[in-house]
Ligand binder design. Structure first.
Ligand SMILES: Nc1nc2c(c(=O)[nH]1)N[C@H]1C(S)=C(S)[C@@H](COP(=O)(O)OP(=O)(O)OC[C@H]3O[C@@H](n4cnc5c(=O)[nH]c(N)nc54)[C@H](O)[C@@H]3O)O[C@H]1N2
Ligand SMILES: Nc1nc2c(c(=O)[nH]1)N[C@H]1C(S)=C(S)[C@@H](COP(=O)(O)OP(=O)(O)OC[C@H]3O[C@@H](n4cnc5c(=O)[nH]c(N)nc54)[C@H](O)[C@@H]3O)O[C@H]1N2
Ligand code: SF4
Ligand SMILES: [Mo]
Length: 702
C-alpha cells in the first residue's frame, strides 16, 4: 500500500481554496482518495476548507456520474462510441443549419465552465464554428450587469474592481452573502476571518439584504431593503454625497460626472426612501459613514445584479467608490494584475450589436439573455431555434420559468449535452457526452485569479489517472469541431492543449518573460501550493480600455435607463416578494447527489416572517402553495425572524424529483425549483439580465 499527498486548488466555487488530498494505492485496485483537507501551506487560503471540498471524492466515485457517451433511444439510454457520437452530432447539426440557417442551433454554457480551464480555452473551438447568434449562458442569470457597467465605464467587461478586503476600514455589502457563497467576483478564501479582521482593526461591515443572512448576522450594521430597492438606496447615497460635498479627490480622469450629478439630483434620499423601505435619515447617515471612513468599499453581488435595475445598481456602486476617492485606491476597490491577463489580451467587448429575434433583447459579448431562450424555440418563424447544445449547465433548474423551457426542449429536433449527469435538463438530450472528472484533469483558474483579492497564481496537474477511453471537455470540443468541420467542409485551424495556452499566457503576462520573475508552467510546477504575487495595487488608470482612456461616468445607455427608473410608481401595498438563498453545503443545482452534503437538517424550505404567516393563517412547518405569474409549486414553509416582513426566500437548484433524472440521491430529496416561479419577463431591461429576485408571489395553504 502506498499513500501520496497531492496539492490542488478546489474548483467548486470562486474561493479557490488550496487542498491537500491523500491518495492510497493498494495492489490489485486503483488509486483511492483517502483524505481531503485544507492546505495550510497555501498562503492565500491558509488552510480554509468547506464541506463541499470533502465531497470531491463523492463526485469522483458517484455511480450516477456518466463515464461514456450516451445516446437516448426513446426512453432508454445506450452507450455509444465517441467517433460515432461526434459524427452523429455533425450530421444532425449540419442538416438543421442547412435547412433552417445557422441561428437554428442555440448554445447554453453553464457555471462550471468558468471553473474548468479547458472549457474556457476550447468550447469556442467548436461552438464558434456554428456561427450562430443564439448563444446563451448563465451570465445572464447572474453577473451580466457587472460586466456591462464595467464595459460602459472602463471599456472592458472584465475590468471589475475587487474589494480590497484585507485593507479596508468600511465594507458595505449589498446583495452578497459571502459567508454562504464564499464570495463571488471577489475571490476570497477564508472570507469570514477576513471580515472579522476588518472589525478587529476598528473598521465596520455593513450589509444591505432583505434577509438577515449569515453575513448580515455578523455585520456591525444590517439594513433590510425592499427586494429590488437597492437602486433607490444607491441613488439616495450618491445624492447625499454630492449634496454634502466629496470627502476626497480621486486621481482618476473622469468624463461626465457633472452630468450624472445633475441627472440624479431629483433622486434624493427622501424621494428614494419609500422605494427601498429605508428611512431617509438612515440613508443619509450611511452615506456620511461611508464617505468619512478612511478607506471604504462598496461591493454588490448576485442579489443586486439579478433585479430590475441591476445595471444601474452596479453603475451606482462604481460611482460611489469613485466619488469618495475609493476607486483604485488601497483599502477601496482595486483591479487585479493577474498572471494570465485576459483584459490585456482581449478587446473590450460589444453590446447591443444585435438583438434576439422575438423580444429584441440585446446581445452582450456575443451572447443573448437566457430569458429569451425558450421563446426562441417556441415561437415559429424564420430563425426559430430547433437544436440546442448545453455545456455544463442545467437551465431547467437555473433559468426563469424552467417549466416553459422544459416544454421548449421537448419540441426540439436535436439536443446535445456535454455534462456529467442525466439531470433535469440533459434528460431531454439526444446525446450526452461526459468528460473526465475534475481530479483527472489539470487545473488553472483563468477566471478567478482575475477576481482575487490578492494577485495569486497556481497550476495543478491531474491527481488521478485519466480512465481509458475518457476525454477531457476540451478534447470533446476538438473531436466535435473536427467532425463538424469535415462534414461542412469548413476550415479548422489547428489548436494546442489548454496547458500550452496557459504557458503562453503566463509568459506574455506581467510576471512573464519581460519581468524578473519569468513565470511559466515550470515555475508553477515547483510551487504546488500556489504563488502569491502580492497585494492588489492601483492600476486602473493604465488598464482603462475606453476610447479616450478616461472613465465614462455617464454612458449614454445608462443615462437613458434613468427614465425607466423615474417612471416607477410607488410599490404596491401588501406585496409579497420572493428572493433566493444559498447554503454552504449546496452548489447551484448539481451537488445534491452526495449524501455527505444533503444529510442533516433540510434546507430547501420557504422562509417567511412569522407576522406574514399569521396574516395568512399559516403555521410553521406547514406545506404551502406558492404561485407567481408563471407557475405554482408546493413546499414546506419555515417561520423565520431573519426575513424582512413582506419577503419570502426559497433557494434555487432543488426539485430533482422529475421523471427520467438519473441522480439517485438528489431525486430522493424534497424541495421544489424556485425557477418554476421566477418570470422570464421580469428583467433588467437595459442588459436583459433576469430579475430572479423580487418576484411577486402568493402563498397559501397547500
Ligand atoms: N432563482 C435563482 N436562479 C438562479 C440563481 C439564483 O440565485 N436564484 N443563481 C444563478 C446563478 S448565479 C448561476 S451561475 C446559475 C447556474 O446555472 P447553471 O450553470 O445552468 O447550473 P448548474 O447548477 O451550475 O449546473 C451545472 C451543470 O454542469 C455539470 N457539470 C459540472 N461540472 C462539469 C464539468 O466539469 N464539465 C461538464 N461538461 N459539466 C459539468 C453538472 O452536471 C450540471 O449539469 O443559476 C442561476 N439561477
Ligand atoms: N455554497 C454555495 N456557494 C456558491 C454557490 C452556491 O450555489 N452555493 N453559487 C456560486 C455562484 S454561481 C455565485 S454567482 C455566487 C453568488 O454569491 P453571492 O452573491 O454571495 O450570492 P448569495 O449567497 O445568493 O447572496 C445573495 C444575497 O442577496 C440577497 N438578496 C436577494 N435579493 C436582494 C435584493 O433585492 N437586494 C439586496 N440588497 N439583497 C438581495 C439574498 O438574501 C442573499 O443574501 O456564489 C457562488 N458560491
Ligand atoms: S469554499 Fe469550499 S467549495 Fe469553495 S473553493 Fe473553498 S473548499 Fe472549495
Ligand atoms: Mo453564478
Amino acid at each position: 500500500m502506498t499513500k501520496t499527498l497531492h496539492h490542488r486548488a478546489c474548483h467548486l466555487c470562486e474561493a479557490i481554496c488550496g487542498l491537500t488530498l491523500e491518495i492510497t494505492e493498494e495492489q490489485g485496485s486503483g488509486p483511492r482518495i483517502t483524505s481531503i483537507k485544507g492546505d495550510p501551506e497555501d498562503s492565500f487560503s491558509r488552510g480554509h476548507i468547506c464541506p463541499k471540498a470533502v465531497a470531491l471524492q463523492d463526485i469522483q466515485n458517484d455511480p450516477d456520474r456518466l463515464r461514456q457517451p450516451m445516446q437516448r433511444v426513446g426512453n432508454e439510454w445506450q452507450p455509444i462510441e465517441w467517433d460515432e457520437a461526434f459524427a452523429l452530432v455533425a450530421e444532425r447539426l449540419a442538416s438543421i443549419q442547412q435547412r433552417h440557417g445557422n441561428n437554428a442551433v442555440a448554445t447554453y454554457q453553464g457555471n462550471p465552465s468558468v471553473h474548468n480551464y479547458g472549457l474556457m480555452t476550447h468550447s469556442n473551438y467548436f461552438l464558434g464554428l456554428l456561427k450562430t447568434r443564439n448563444r446563451f449562458s448563465a451570465t445572464s442569470v447572474d453577473q451580466l450587469p457587472q460586466h456591462l457597467a464595467s464595459y460602459l465605464m472602463y471599456g472592458h467587461g472584465l475590468l471589475l474592481p475587487i474589494p480590497d478586503i484585507d485593507h479596508t476600514d468600511f465594507m458595505l455589502i449589498l446583495g452578497g452573502n459571502p459567508l454562504a457563497s464564499n464570495g463571488s467576483i471577489m475571490t476570497v478564501p477564508d472570507v469570514e476571518k477576513r471580515l472579522k479582521a476588518i472589525q478587529a482593526r476598528g473598521g465596520k461591515v455593513v450589509v444591505v439584504d432583505p434577509r438577515r443572512s449569515e453575513t448580515a448576522a455578523m455585520a456591525d450594521q444590517h439594513l433590510f431593503v425592499r427586494p429590488g430597492g437597492d437602486v433607490a438606496l444607491l441613488f439616495g447615497l450618491l445624492n447625499t454625497i454630492f449634496e454634502e460635498g466629496p470627502t476626497r479627490d480621486s486621481h482618476l480622469q473622469v468624463d461626465g460626472l457633472a452630468q450624472v450629478r445633475q441627472a440624479i439630483c431629483r433622486f434624493t434620499a427622501e424621494a428614494m426612501s419609500p422605494l427601498c423601505a429605508i428611512p431617509a435619515p438612515q440613508i443619509r447617515q450611511l452615506a456620511r459613514d461611508f464617505a468619512s471612513a478612511d478607506k471604504a468599499v462598496c461591493y454588490g453581488r448576485m442579489g443586486v445584479s439579478t433585479q430590475a435595475f441591476g445595471t444601474l445598481c452596479h453603475w451606482l456602486l462604481q460611482l460611489l467608490n469613485l466619488v469618495t476617492g475609493n476607486l483604485d485606491r488601497v483599502g477601496g476597490a482595486l483591479c487585479t494584475s493577474p498572471a494570465v491577463d485576459l483584459v490585456a489580451a482581449t478587446a473590450g467587448g460589444h453590446f447591443n450589436a444585435w438583438q434576439s429575434r422575438v423580444s429584441g433583447l440585446p446581445e452582450y459579448g456575443g451572447e443573448l439573455p437566457v430569458s429569451a431562450l425558450a421563446e426562441e424555440m417556441l415561437t415559429e418563424g424564420e430563425g426559430q431555434v430547433r437544436a440546442l447544445i448545453t455545456v455544463a449547465g442545467n437551465p431547467v433548474l437555473s433559468t426563469p420559468n424552467g417549466r416553459q423551457l422544459e416544454q421548449a426542449l421537448d419540441g426540439l429536433e436535436f439536443m446535445l449535452s456535454i455534462d456529467l449527469y442525466i439531470n433535469e435538463t440533459t434528460r431531454y438530450a439526444d446525446l450526452i457526452l461526459p468528460s473526465t472528472s475534475a481530479l483527472e484533469n489539470d487545473h488553472y483558474d483563468t477566471t478567478f485569479n482575475l477576481f482575487a483579492v490578492r494577485n495569486v497564481s497556481r497550476f495543478n496537474r491531474a491527481i488521478l489517472p485519466k480512465p481509458e477511453g475518457a476525454l477531457h471537455d476540451w478534447e470533446i470540443f476538438v473531436g466535435l469541431a473536427q467532425a463538424f468541420a469535415a462534414r461542412t467542409q469548413s476550415l479548422l485551424k489547428p489548436t494546442i492543449a489548454p496547458a500550452q495556452m496557459i504557458e503562453l499566457g503566463l509568459r506574455a503576462g506581467p510576471y512573464g518573460d519581460a519581468s524578473p520573475l519569468r513565470l511559466s508552467l515550470a515555475t508553477l510546477d515547483q510551487h504546488p501550493h500556489g504563488i502569491d504575487l502580492g497585494a492588489l495595487q492601483p492600476n486602473l488608470a493604465g488598464r482603462l480600455k475606453t476610447e479616450n482612456r478616461r472613465i465614462q461616468a455617464a454612458p449614454a445607455a445608462i443615462m437613458a435607463d434613468l427614465e425607466r427608473f423615474a417612471a416607477l410608481g410607488p410599490p404596491p401595498v401588501d406585496e409579497l416578494l420572493l428572493i433566493g438563498r444559498r447554503h454552504v453545503r449546496s452548489n447551484n443545482s448539481w451537488m445534491h447527489n452526495y449524501h455527505r452534503l444533503v444529510k442533516g437538517k433540510p434546507r430547501h424550505q420557504l422562509l417567511m416572517h412569522p407576522q406574514d404567516l399569521a396574516r395568512r393563517g399559516l403555521s410553521d412547518g406547514q406545506r404551502v402553495r406558492i404561485s407567481s405569474r408563471v407557475g405554482v409549486v408546493e413546499v414546506e414553509v419555515l417561520a423565520s425572524g431573519e426575513m424582512m416582513p413582506g419577503v419570502v426566500s426559497l433557494p434555487h437548484g432543488w426539485g430533482h424529483g422529475r421523471p427520467g433524472v438519473h441522480m439517485s440521491i438528489a431525486t430522493a430529496q424534497p424541495g421544489c425549483s424556485a425557477n418554476d416561479l421566477t418570470d422570464e419577463r421580469q428583467l433588467d431591461a437595459l442588459s436583459g439580465n433576469a430579475a430572479l429576485n423580487g418576484v411577486p408571489v402568493r402563498v397559501e395553504a397547500a
